[in-house]
Design a binder for this molecule. Sequence first.
Ligand SMILES: NC(=O)C1=CN([C@@H]2O[C@H](COP(=O)(O)OP(=O)(O)OC[C@H]3O[C@@H](n4cnc5c(N)ncnc54)[C@H](OP(=O)(O)O)[C@@H]3O)[C@@H](O)[C@H]2O)C=CC1
Ligand SMILES: O=C(O)C1=N[C@H](C(=O)O)C[C@H](O)C1
Length: 268
Amino acid sequence: MTIKVVMAGATGWVGRAMVPAIAAQGDMMLAGAVARNAAGQDCGGALGLPPNGVTVSATLAEALALPSDVVVDYTKPDVVKANALAAISAGRHVVIGTSGLGAADYAEIDSAARGSSVGVIAAGNFSITATLMKRFALMAAKYVPDVEVIDYASAKKPDAPSGTARELAEALADVRGRSTARPVAEVSGVPGTRGAAVGAGSGVQVHALRLPSYILSCEALFGLPDERLTIRHDAGSSAAPYVAGTLLAIRRVTSVKGLVRGLDALID
Ligand SMILES: NC(=O)C1=CN([C@@H]2O[C@H](COP(=O)(O)OP(=O)(O)OC[C@H]3O[C@@H](n4cnc5c(N)ncnc54)[C@H](OP(=O)(O)O)[C@@H]3O)[C@@H](O)[C@H]2O)C=CC1
Ligand SMILES: O=C(O)C1=N[C@H](C(=O)O)C[C@H](O)C1
């Protein structure tokens, strides 16, 4: 079966890496593309590639008027949830790369997907080394309950924390034991400097830095008396590392019902 894929955010940093990658797969075809500024243009031409016969739509609703199986979203944090729910209600499976959503949003998306008998795979980071970072951090959290997350991104990133840090903190909060840190409510001075708690229960403190020069780096810091462990991922300047994980999710999502969160759930 050929998987017909709609790429929402086709002209963006990740989308423009995904479009030729999808076209190069023997079991996939690009069935639609969404981006406002290139609306009406041939998608290949809009990316400086040979024409591919897919006309860019201004909205996902427009792209959903044509047949497709999977919608991939790499758009913006303020667009992704509505896109995902619209795709689900149109009976499409969804792969979510866009950041900005948390556990409550994903619970809603999961319920909608189950209601429509479609699958959703979402990952804050589709790169293999970021996924390993999450896996190693979750292993460490079983032994070391005191952990905090530092989230480094560019000065212009519109959301905080990043998708990478949010998924990591929410997952860490689910497995780690009781922190020995003084509760933030009992801290004097400027308690906000202790970061924000992300995740269930008392959460995991996340500290988001936004500075020119960073793409995305994420650190889980674990502390025990007289020793520390740092597990860190650094993203580079190309979108290439996200392509293979997103293609894997496109293949897997057609046999999923409801939400699967994290690329780590798809790899052994
Ligand atoms: N999960 C992962 O592994 C990764 C996640 N990300 C996340 O993915 C998201 C996208 O990142 P990136 O590719 O850098 O973003 P870009 O800003 O480079 O691209 C965004 C794309 O979405 C389109 N878009 C934006 N707003 C709308 C809208 N309202 N309607 C339709 N299309 C829209 C843009 O086109 P136009 O403006 O013309 O509409 C563009 O094509 C971010 O949240 C980022 O954090 C990034 C890398 C990896
Ligand atoms: O906005 C970005 O650039 C990135 N965002 C993703 C996130 O929010 O975690 C990750 C990616 O490495 C780059």
